[in-house]
Write a protein that binds this ligand. Structure first.
Ligand code: FE2
Ligand code: FE2
Length: 376
C-alpha cells in the first residue's frame, strides 16, 4: 500500500492516557499528517504550544492533574486575540453519565473548544473532524496573511503619499522663492533706471506691510503686499530717460507721459499666473488713484480703488515727502505729516490714513533702518 499524500498542519495531542496518545498519533500519521506531537502531561501543554505553535490541538477533557478546561484557560492567554487555533476536545463515552457528559461538552464548546469527539474514538470521525478544523484554520491563516499584506500595502502607500506631499511642499516653497526673486530682480531693473532714492522701493513696501497689518489682514496678505509693492513703479521702465531723469519740474506734457507709468506697469504684469505678479499689476495700476476721484489713470473713487492701491498711495506719498528727490530736498517730518493730513478723505482713504498715522512709531523705525545716505 502506498503512503498517503502528506497533509499540511501541525497537530498537538494532550491526553494523560498514554494509550490514547499511542492510538491517535499513528492514526493521524496514517491520514497524512506528518507533524504530530504529543504529551501525556497536561501541565506541559502551554509550554509545548509556545514552542510548537500548532495549527490544531487535540485535548482530552477529563484529565487528573489538570483537566481540559484548565488547559484551555492557560492556552487562551497564549493565543493572540485575532488568531484562531482550533481545539478538538476528546470526551468520555456519553452513555456513562449522559447528562454530565453532555454538560461538559457544551461547556467546552461555549469556551475555547471548536468541536468534540466522543471516546471510544471512531477513527474515521476523528480524521474527518481534524481535516475540517485544519481547513478552517488554513483559511483563517490565509485571510490573516492577506490582511497583513493589505495593511502593509496601505502603510507603504501612505508613506509614499506623505513623501510626495513633502516633495510637493518643497517644490512649492522653491517656486515661491524663485517667484519672489524674479519680482525682486524686476523691481531692481526699474530701480536702476530711476533717479528716486535707491531704497524707496524697499521702504515703501515695508510701510505697505505695516499698514496692511494694521488694517487687520492676515500674514499671507501682508507678505503678498510687501513683495508686490516692490513693483508699483515698474512701469517707469517705459518712460523716456529725458523725462525720468529730468532734474527740474516736468512740463504738463511731460507729466502726462510720466503718468503713463501706472498703466505701463499694469500691462507688464497683468494676466500672470503668479498671484504676486497679479497683485503687483493692481498696485501699479492704482497707486496714483485718489479717493475723491481726481487721481490717475482711471479717476477711481473711494472703495472703487482696491485696498492695495489705497494702502500703496499712503506709503508712496509718505516716502516721497520724507526723502530727497532730484527736484527738491526732503520735507521735515512735521511738514510731511501736515501734507498727509491735508490729503485725508481727498487723496487718501481716511480710515487707512488714521491707521498709518497711528502707527507712526513703527513706520519711522522701518524708515530708520532703511535710510538713504541722502535722507536728512
Ligand atoms: Fe508711481
Ligand atoms: Fe513710488
Amino acid at each position: 500500500m502506498s503512503a498517503p499524500a502528506p497533509r499540511p498542519g501541525r497537530i498537538l495531542i494532550v491526553d494523560d492516557e498514554p494509550g490514547n496518545v499511542l492510538a491517535l498519533k499513528p492514526l493521524l500519521e496514517l491520514a497524512g499528517y506528518r507533524d504530530v506531537r504529543c504529551t501525556s502531561n497536561p501541565a506541559r501543554a502551554d509550554a509545548l504550544y509556545a514552542q510548537l505553535r500548532p495549527d490544531l490541538i487535540l485535548l482530552d477533557l477529563h484529565m487528573l492533574v489538570l483537566d481540559g478546561f484548565a488547559v484551555m484557560r492557560r492556552l487562551s492567554t497564549l493565543i493572540d486575540a485575532d488568531d484562531y487555533v482550533p481545539i478538538l476536545v476528546l470526551t468520555a463515552d456519553a452513555d456513562a453519565d449522559a447528562d454530565a457528559a453532555k454538560d461538559s461538552r457544551w461547556a467546552a464548546l461555549e469556551g475555547e473548544a471548536a468541536d468534540f469527539v466522543v471516546e471510544p474514538l471512531d477513527h474515521a470521525e476523528v480524521v474527518t473532524r481534524v481535516a475540517n478544523l485544519l481547513d478552517v484554520r488554513s483559511r483563517h491563516v490565509q485571510l490573516r496573511q492577506h490582511n497583513e499584506t493589505l495593511e502593509r500595502a496601505v502603510r507603504e502607500r501612505t508613506a509614499e503619499l506623505a513623501q510626495t506631499v513633502d516633495r510637493l511642499q518643497h517644490v512649492e516653497h522653491d517656486l515661491r522663492l524663485a517667484e519672489e526673486e524674479t519680482i525682486h530682480r524686476l523691481a531692481l531693473a526699474a530701480e536702476v533706471r530711476d533717479d528716486e532714492t535707491s531704497r524707496h522701493i524697499e521702504r515703501m513696501s515695508r510701510y505697505c506691510a505695516i499698514l496692511v497689518a494694521r488694517a487687520g489682514e492676515g500674514q499671507r496678505q501682508r507678505d503678498l503686499l510687501r513683495i508686490a509693492a516692490r513693483m508699483h513703479d515698474i512701469g517707469k521702465l517705459g518712460i523716456p530717460d529725458a523725462i525720468l531723469h529730468k532734474p527740474g519740474r516736468l512740463t504738463a506734457h511731460e507729466y502726462e507721459i510720466m503718468k503713463g507709468h501706472a498703466e505701463i506697469g499694469y500691462r507688464i504684469l497683468e494676466g500672470s499666473k503668479s498671484e504676486l505678479a497679479r497683485a503687483g499689476a493692481t498696485l501699479a495700476w492704482t497707486h496714483h488713484e485718489k479717493v475723491d476721484g481726481t487721481g490717475y489713470p482711471r479717476g477711481l473713487r473711494g472703495e472703487q480703488i482696491p485696498l492695495e492701491g489705497r494702502i500703496a498711495a499712503i506709503a508712496d506719498v509718505f516716502d516721497a515727502l520724507t526723502t530727497d528727490r532730484v527736484y527738491r530736498p526732503a520735507f521735515p517730518l512735521p511738514e510731511a505729516l501736515t501734507t498727509m493730513r491735508a490729503g485725508r478723505a481727498t487723496h487718501f482713504d481716511p480710515d487707512l490714513l488714521d491707521l498709518f498715522l497711528g502707527s507712526l512709531d513703527e513706520v519711522l523705525a522701518a524708515r530708520e533702518g532703511l535710510a538713504d545716505a541722502t535722507v536728512a
